[in-house]
Write a protein that binds this ligand. Structure first.
Ligand SMILES: Nc1ncnc2c1ncn2[C@@H]1O[C@H](COP(=O)(O)OP(=O)(O)OP(=O)(O)O)[C@@H](O)[C@H]1O
Length: 262
C-alpha cells in the first residue's frame, strides 16, 4: 500500500535545478531517509511534499489524494505532520499545555482559549505524552527540560495532529549520540505501531543507517540511489559520490542510464 507517492517532482531556482525527476513512494509505518551532500535538494524535496514550496512539475499524492501545490496548512490538515522546534513563546508553558495547544490549533478551537484552555483536551494531551515517555513531566515548564526531552515533546506535538505522514527535518540536530539513537528508536517504534509514514532528512549517518527502512540518495537534485540501508551502503554509485567531483558525474550518468531519465 502506498501512503505517499512523489512523482517526477521538479523545482528550479533561477539557473539552479534544485530537484529533477524526483520520484519515490512511502508506505504506512515506513521510515524513509533522504540523504545527500549540502545543496543536494533535500530541503527542496521535503518542502514540496509539505506544501512550503510549489513544484514546477510533478505530483505529490497523499493516500490517493493529489495535494500538489496546496498550502502547508491544508497539507497538514490532510495528514502531513511536521516536527518544529518549540517556539520561544511557548517554553514557559508546561509540557502538557504545549500539546494541548497543538490539539486546540488542529481543531480550530482557538476561540475556546480564553474560557478553559487549561483543561481543554488535557487527557488526550497526556495520552500523546505517554507515547513519547513524557507523561511524568506533564506539569514541568518546557524551559526546565533537558534538550533530549524537549525533542520528545516536539514529537508529541507533531503526533497530536494525528498525521498519516510525518516530516522530520534533521530530527537529531544538536543532540548527543546516545540521545539521537533514543529519539530515532522512539520515532521508529511509534511509526510502526501507529502506521505513520516518516520522511526525514538527516546529516547523522549513524541515525540514518540504523533507523531507516529505506534511504534515498540525492545529488544535485537527482536521485542517484534508493534502497535498504544495506543496499545503499554497498552501492557503487553512492560510494563514488563521496569520492569527489568525477564520482558525482559518473554516478549521475550511471543512474540516468539505469532509470532512463533525461
Ligand atoms: N529559495 C531558494 N532560492 C534560490 N536557490 C535555492 C533556494 N532554495 C534552495 N536553493 C538552491 O537549491 C539547491 C538545493 O538546495 P536545498 O536546500 O534543497 O539542499 P539541501 O540538500 O537541503 O542542502 P543542505 O544539506 O545544505 O540543507 C541549492 O543549490 C540551493 O542553493
Amino acid at each position: 500500500m502506498t501512503l505517499l507517492l512523489v512523482d517526477n517532482l521538479q523545482k528550479r531556482f533561477g539557473g539552479v535545478t534544485a530537484a529533477k525527476n524526483v520520484s519515490f513512494q512511502l508506505a504506512p509505518g515506513e521510515l524513509l531517509a533522504i540523504i545527500g551532500p549540502n545543496g543536494a535538494g533535500k530541503s527542496t524535496t521535503f518542502n514540496m511534499v509539505g506544501g512550503q514550496l510549489k513544484p514546477d512539475l510533478g505530483r505529490v499524492v497523499l493516500d490517493g489524494e493529489d495535494v500538489t501545490g496546496q498550502p502547508p496548512r491544508m497539507v497538514w490538515r490532510k495528514g502531513v505532520g511536521r516536527t518544529f522546534q518549540i517556539a520561544q513563546t511557548f517554553v514557559s508553558m508546561s509540557v502538557a499545555e504545549n500539546v494541548q495547544m497543538a490539539l486546540i490549533s488542529h481543531r480550530n478551537e482557538t476561540r475556546s482559549l480564553t474560557a478553559n484552555a487549561h483543561s481543554l483536551h488535557r487527557d488526550e494531551a497526556i495520552g500523546f505524552l505517554d507515547r513519547v515517555g513524557m507523561a511524568d513531566m506533564a506539569e514541568r515548564p518546557v524551559s526546565e527540560l533537558a534538550y533530549g526531552d524537549v525533542k520528545r515533546v516536539e514529537l508529541a506535538i507533531a503526533l497530536a495532529s494525528n498525521p498519516k505522514l510525518l516530516l522530520m527535518d534533521e530530527p537529531t540536530a544538536g543532540m548527543a549520540p546516545k540521545e539521537r539513537a533514543q529519539l530515532m528508536e522512539l520515532t521508529a517504534s511509534i511509526a510502526r505501531k501507529h502506521k505513520i509514514g516518516v520522511l526525514f532528512t538527516e546529516h547523522d549517518m549513524d541515525a540514518v543507517f540504523a533507523h531507516s527502512d529505506r534511504i534515498l540518495v540525492l545529488v544535485r537534485g537527482e536521485i542517484i540511489a534508493e534502497g535498504t540501508p544495506d543496499e545503499v551502503r554497498s552501492n557503487a554509485q553512492v560510494k563514488q559520490v563521496y569520492l569527489g567531483e568525477t564520482g558525482v558525474q559518473a554516478a549521475l550518468k550511471a543512474r540516468r542510464a539505469t532509470v532512463g531519465a533525461a
